[in-house]
Write a protein that binds this ligand. Structure first.
Ligand SMILES: C[S@@+](CC[C@H](N)C(=O)[O-])C[C@H]1O[C@@H](n2cnc3c(N)ncnc32)[C@H](O)[C@@H]1O
Length: 361
């Protein structure tokens, strides 16, 4: 048990009101922090930061208005908080629930269950959330390949299921007797037929493989640049341009299933407008909240783990001065490994409007 500067398991439990398991996890992490590589940019909180950031977290004990929840993090079990959450205020719901796997979220263990058990849990969760949605709202639900089959029938019963996005995560644990699990699904649903979809905000900048030219020799639907030829393409439901956060990225935390900001940015840009309300009831390390802030949306997130809430709060503070989203620059989503061209674009300062003009598909 790593103990330093007089911090004992008991005092940590008492001071931060944590369970013994959560306090043990926290102290272990503090120990890890000391041994990280110098270029490791993983965000963590000191004990003092945990205490000060706690002050900004909400715990709901009475009905709240949308204004009270706007741009706030609720540190509470979703089941305890939801009775106090208002109805009809959410424009975009991002649901990244525990998948049907046994996973330890900082001392709070979600246990895998049989298919019926998970379907019942997910159905209870979804139906409790539906009243929060506005009539034109959209909803995205993340899952792995196994959980995906369980959530689909529940979504199909209550909503218009419009698509299933498959995200190639690029990282996955190799298996000797099976295919490596390298993908996740994201179900796209809407409450009704009238909904927001800003396709021009989520086009992808791709390298041109066949650079056709018009009769007078001009590039056809693509652009020649110092670093190669590119075109803007309509976004498909197969996403292979996004890596999971890793230790050298400033958005990285120790959350075991953190989503990349670039992935959430696509959802937020496509399915909401500035000023809209984005709700994430399983906030984790705060990715949805951070992206919403960077893209000028209002947000509210609910998360059980106190420490994850503090990481989210710290990321939100940083987002006030640093609005960068890795892989998204000047209003355009870039392919993987195109950093040098992004840098060139920054240097030449092409406006997003000019860029779209150039790449109209
Ligand atoms: C899949 S993770 C979400 C990760 C998040 N999208 C991110 O980018 O960091 C699910 C989160 O739900 C939280 N959680 C699980 N059960 C919960 C509950 N009953 N109430 C609130 N949060 C819960 C877990 O602590 C975990 O952080």
């Amino acid at each position: 048990m790593p103990v330093d500067d007089g911090l004992s398991l008991q005092s940590t439990c008492r001071r931060l009101k944590l369970t013994e398991q959560a306090a043990r996890h926290l102290l272990d992490q503090r120990e890890n922090m000391k041994t990280r590589a110098p270029r490791n940019r993983t965000l963590t909180c000191t004990e003092a930061e945990l205490e000060s950031l706690s002050g900004g977290l909400l715990r709901l004990t009475a009905p709240a208005s949308p204004e009270m929840l706007a741009d706030r993090i609720v540190n509470q079990d979703l089941g305890d908080a939801l009775p106090f959450v208002p109805t009809g205020f959410v424009d975009l719901l991002i649901l990244d629930p525990p998948y049907n796997l046994t996973k330890n979220y900082n001392g709070h263990v979600f246990r895998s269950r049989d298919a019926e058990g998970y379907i019942a849990w997910f159905a209870r969760t979804l139906t409790a959330l539906l009243p929060t949605l506005r009539p034109k709202a959209s909803l995205y639900v993340c899952s792995d390949w196994k959980t995906s089959n369980l959530v689909f029938p529940v979504l199909d019963k209550h909503l218009h299921v419009r698509n299933r996005i498959t995200w190639e995560r690029e990282k996955g644990r190799g298996a000797k007797t099976n295919w490596k699990n390298n993908t996740e699904d994201i179900w796209f649903c809407t409450v009704g037929d009238d909904y927001c979809f800003n396709v021009n905000d989520v086009k992808l900048k791709r390298r041109v493989i066949a650079p056709y030219r018009t009769d007078d020799g001009k590039p056809k639907d693509w652009v020649e640049s110092q670093n190669g030829n590119y075109r803007l393409t309509y976004p498909s439901n197969l996403w292979s341009d996004i890596t999971v956060p890793f230790w050298s990225m400033p958005e990285n935390t120790d959350h075991p299933t953190q989503k990349p900001e670039k992935l959430i940015a696509k959802l937020v840009l496509a399915s909401s407008n500035p000023g809209d309300f984005v709700f994430d009831p399983f906030l984790g390390s705060g990715t949805t909240a951070v992206v919403a802030r960077k893209l000028n949306r209002r947000f509210c997130g609910i998360e059980l783990s106190h420490e994850y809430c503090c990481w989210a709060a710290k990321r939100l503070l940083q987002a006030e001065t640093d609005t960068n989203i890795q892989g998204y620059a000047d209003g355009i989503f870039w392919e993987r490994n195109s950093l040098s061209d992004q840098e060139t674009r920054k240097a030449t300062k092409t406006s997003p409007e000019e860029a779209l003009e150039l790449f109209n598909d």
